[in-house]
Design a protein around this ligand. Sequence first.
Ligand code: NAD
Length: 400
Amino acid sequence: MIVAPKIRGFICTTAHPEGCAKHVAEQIAVVKKGGLMENGPKRVLVIGSSTGYGLSSRIAAAFGANASTIGVFFERPGEDDRTATAGWYNTAAFEKEAKEAGLYARSFNGDAYSDAVKTEVIAAIKADLEQVDLVIYSLASPRRTHPTSGEVFKSVLKPIGEIYTNKNLNTTTGVVNEISIEPAQGDDIAQTVAVMGGEDWEMWMDALLAADALAPGVQTVSYSYIGPEVTWPIYKNGTIGKAKEDLEMVQRKLDEKLAPLNGKAWVSVNKALVTQASSAIPVVPLYISLLYKVMKAEGTHEDTIEQMDRLFRDRLYSGNPQPDEAGRIRVDDWEMKPAVQELVGKRWTEVNTDNLAEYGDFAGYQSSFLRLFGFGLEGVDYSADTNPNVPVPSIGAAAA
Ligand code: NAD
């Protein structure tokens, strides 16, 4: 079939197999440019490994350190007349490239919040790798079914206490208008913390510890975001920010639990980037458009792969993680540089639909978004017939 993008609001319902493969290949090339890391990770579990920061983490570990990787994700496989989700194609391509490079790679498609998936994945670790020395926790999900109570929690992106009104970008039309978001109500905060907070990360680490599946000196990392004040009501001080506070609380608990292994838990604060998760957050896409323009002009723009490559090489495996006063790793350091934030802040007050192309990198935003789904990559013939039913080698073609 001929596969074209079908965009519905902030999601694209189709994905291009060759385009996703090219996107993965480009990420691998970025990591390979840096050569092999000394003392990098060797046996890695990535939870949320198919797109965004998790996929880039898996690529950075495999191609930057020759690591064996196990990936867990929730994606839809393709059918003869229907494309898979991008993360499925990304994983198919990653495994193919890993195999060609002689690297172990195995993947699991299922609900990472469930006990069943934890049990299955840990059994695979024990059988194939015995233990892991790095666990990346990179899930982003709108909902979670609790494994013991069966309750379904829903995560919301809302301010807390009062209505938040600010500029917003319609990422399909390029219109800059205003949005007002009602504050959290009822148990919105608790629901969001239950999905995006640290409970499931801790459950994974507890289960891995109990199975003796963590190697001495193990590190585990979960990702967070802080960003500029203009987004704080919807992010840092909003419902999602409460979940990230919970993640930091769990990080400190995990530090204690991992101490006997000489292990370490981290929260890494990453840069704002276009991913499937971030494009759903109000206000943030306009901020990202302005940020990209400033950082590209400055020559400091990074995508998820450059971020994860730097996290691994310069922080986690450099012997010098450079934690901030709260013990967090900060690879958002270039984004948060005062000169960058001053210019973005100034443009924020001035930006409107007419000057968006001048002040912001809307074209870059849109192209990054399409690339997430395998569209707009150089060298891919989008007019050619393609087979959407691509297997992930370690899983096959079937659904979870
Ligand atoms: P993403 O949407 O690209 O990736 C989410 C991953 O989680 C995918 O692999 C998906 O398959 C997996 N997943 C979702 N639900 C699952 C389930 N039930 N079972 C198994 N797998 C499941 O998101 P992302 O932007 O890369 O976000 C990853 C983390 O990085 C999040 O904690 C996010 O808050 C954080 N972060 C993102 C940004 C940003 O700007 N995108 C910035 C800083 C931090």
